[in-house]
Design a protein around this ligand. Structure first.
Ligand SMILES: *Cc1c(COP(=O)(O)O)cnc(C)c1O
Length: 377
């Protein structure tokens, strides 16, 4: 099955009983048992729900994994995956990781003894250098947010395997339509499904896919024990979003290419960050491991003042956190998505005050370019 077909026909399709072409929303908490402990496979919706199950089957298939799990948010999925580790375990993490991931690791998981070192994983030597006797995993985001840095997934997971570490990849930016980390050696893939997978700014959700029966058993145990599950309505909305993921990603890609060309040629823009650019330091790795470069672009206009001016003038780019939806969004990472990262740390990472991040939507690209042109004047 080709990718676009799989998005529509993968997982569990429709309802046998009625012929309904979409999976029904099983808005239910408990299930009648034939005798004590004798049930149909469903006993209580925290443990399993048919609508959520259909979504979990779908994400498992499109990521090419062994099992999928749906959570109430991307952060709930990430936290559940970190619950695989014990106090005293150590994890290596991409340095310009999503701000919320940085926060949960440094402010919550650190309190229960999970140690982390943040490194630039785009240089494999950094990974090798920082592995300790108690290191249990490498957690990678690629491309990163907001500087669009790229880590070579094959190389990183092969280093991880040599040291018996898990490779965990946050695949939110690329989506399974462009990139499948498990194919490249990853053990666990995470998604903030709030972004491209949902695609319409109407649901907050997280997904995790694992590549082995052992990890599936462990993560299901954690999902059921800690309870951060996704509800049936939101599971259904996500399945609806995923059906159009292919055509949306193709169009995001097209629009983004045009906008990047425009930004590069504009005198007010001092720097453009996009993995599709030949001048991007890891362009060739991005090209090797993904089928597309995505719809996220960051660019520098030199100062906080200028960045704020651009933000105040755009019409079609909505000033908002989040990304990956049909409508174009614009933000200043240092003040919004990455405000939870201390300012010294932001400077170290290169997240300047004049940095603007855009999530290119599905409007007509000519309107988007005209809008940016006016704002940059
Ligand atoms: C948004 C985001 C998250 C967190 O997901 P939520 O659904 O907001 O909890 C994690 N990683 C990345 C890359 C994100 O963009």
């Amino acid at each position: 099955m080709k990718r676009k077909t799989q998005l529509i026909h993968g997982g569990i399709v429709g309802d046998e009983q009625t012929g309904a072409v979409s999976v029904p929303i099983y808005q239910v908490s408990t299930y009648k048992q034939e005798g004590a402990g004798k049930h149909t496979g469903y006993e209580y919706s925290r443990t399993g729900n048919p609508t959520r199950h259909a979504l979990e089957e779908l994400i498992k298939e499109i990521e090419g994994g062994y099992a999928g799990f749906a959570f109430g948010s991307g952060m709930a999925a990430t936290t559940a995956v970190f619950m695989l580790f014990n106090s005293g375990d150590h994890v290596l993490i991409t340095d310009d990781v999503y701000g919320g991931t940085y926060r949960v690791i440094t402010k919550v998981l650190s309190r229960i003894g999970i140690e982390a070192t943040f490194i630039d994983t785009s240089d494999i030597e950094n990974i090798k250098k920082e592995i300790r006797p108690n290191t249990k995993a490498i957690y990678i985001e690629t491309p990163t947010n907001p500087l669009l840095k790229i880590t070579d997934l094959q190389q990183a997971s092969s280093v991880a395997k040599q040291h018996h570490l898990l490779t965990i990849v946050d695949n939110t930016f690329s989506t399974p339509y462009w990139q499948n980390p498990i194919e490249k050696g990853a053990d666990i893939v995470l998604h903030s499904a709030t972004k491209y997978l949902g695609g319409h700014s109407d649901v907050v959700a997280g997904l995790a896919v694992v590549n082995s029966p052992k990890l599936a058993e462990d993560l299901h145990f954690i999902q059921n024990a800690t309870g951060g599950i996704l509800g049936p309505q939101d599971s259904w909305l996500l399945m609806r979003g995923i059906k159009t993921l292919g055509i949306r990603m193709e169009e995001h890609e097209f629009n983004t290419g045009k906008i990047v060309e425009f930004l590069l040629a504009h005198p007010a823009v001092t720097k453009v960050y996009y993995p599709g650019l030949k001048t991007h330091p890891n362009h060739l790795i991005a090209k090797k491991q993904a089928r597309g470069f995505g719809g996220m672009v960051s660019f520098d206009v030199g100062s906080e003042e200028k960045a704020e001016q651009v933000l105040s003038k755009v019409k079609y780019f909505t000033l908002a956190e989040s990304l990956g939806a049909i409508e174009s969004l614009i933000s200043i990472p240092s003040k919004m998505t990455h405000a939870s990262i201390p300012s010294d740390r932001r400077k170290e990472l290169g997240i300047t005050d004049g940095l603007i991040r855009i999530s290119v939507g599905l409007e007509d690209v000519e309107d988007l370019i005209e809008d940016l042109e006016e704002a940059l004047k």
